[in-house]
Ligand binder design. Structure first.
Ligand code: SF4
Ligand code: SF4
Length: 272
């Protein structure tokens, strides 16, 4: 049998993931304490994983880069099944659970503590050579950190330049468009103006596009992010999309009405 460290490294190599590292549970910063109650196990360590998703194939798009492929939560779900299988083989008797966007912890600070990158002034993790176009996931386990510590190598990355470019190019500093396009229900006139200024029906990439650390970054080598992409989402596409396909998209969680409302905004304000 391979050494544990070799097996873990080989696993991530096969997954084309370069950034992964372990941290002890006391390095995790709790930001949603109410979720701790539902975790149901005594976790002691975490393997933090950064997954690159930059795939600049579309000439034009009305969706944020992260929403053009299928929902990344689906990717993590399958990744965690494969990784969980390996870890339970390597460390029998221990429990492992994967989280992406759903744990009580601050994923960005966890990735920073794990040495995978630095949080930039735009609030996103910068993870060389993929810039800030990375998703963060964590495999929590009740395995003591000491049993993982030397098994999972660290990677060092560039720090934010504090150049101010991300702040300068932000079209909506007081109400991030990423959340505004996801807001349900009626929008105020100001909110509508802001969304139109952002040019996207879902999300906003302006601060990422302006960041010099996102120039000449590497395209994601992970097939999930190059397949099933949508560049421009139209009303027809959305209305004719079977439920199964719609639910596999990152914009599905706010229901069809929300993204349809945004499409309508751009239809009624052509040439804005
Ligand atoms: S644009 Fe400049 S200040 Fe903003 S995150 Fe990038 S390097 Fe940092
Ligand atoms: S995502 Fe867009 S609106 Fe939000 S902070 Fe970045 S540039 Fe500003």
């Amino acid at each position: 049998m391979k050494l544990k460290s070799e097996a873990i490294t080989a696993f991530f190599e096969a997954e084309k993931i370069e950034h992964f590292s372990a941290i002890p549970a006391d390095k995790l910063r709790v930001i949603q304490p109410q979720k701790l109650t539902f975790m149901g196990f005594d976790f002691r360590s975490a393997i933090v994983i950064c997954v690159p998703y930059f795939y600049p194939d579309e000439k034009e798009s009305n969706l944020s880069m992260y929403a053009r492929s299928k929902d990344y939560h689906l990717y993590f779900k399958e990744l965690f099944v494969r990784l969980g299988r390996l870890l339970t083989d390597l460390y029998p008797g221990f429990v492992f659970r994967g989280y992406a966007d759903s744990s009580p912890f601050d994923e960005r600070s966890a990735a920073e503590s794990a040495g995978l990158g630095y949080v930039g002034d735009h609030g996103l993790l910068i993870c060389e050579p993929y810039g800030s176009y990375v998703f963060i996931g964590m495999m929590l386990g009740d395995l003591p950190y000491a049993m993982l510590a030397d098994e999972v190598p660290k990677k060092l990355c560039k720090e934010c330049l504090h150049c101010g470019a991300c702040k300068k190019c932000c079209p909506s500093p007081d109400a991030c468009l990423s959340s505004l396009t996801q807001k349900k229900g009626e929008l105020s006139k100001d909110e509508i103006d802001l969304i139109l200024r952002g040019k996207l029906i879902w999300g906003c990439d302006s601060c990422q596009e302006c960041c010099p650390l996102n120039r000449e970054i590497k395209v994601s080598p992970i097939a999930f992010f190059s397949k099933d992409r949508i560049g421009v989402l139209t009303r027809d596409m959305l209305c004719n999309m079977p439920d199964e396909q719609f639910l596999a998209r990152a914009f599905a969680w706010r229901k069809r009405e929300t993204i349809l409302r945004n499409i309508k905004l751009f239809e009624t304000h052509k040439g804005y």
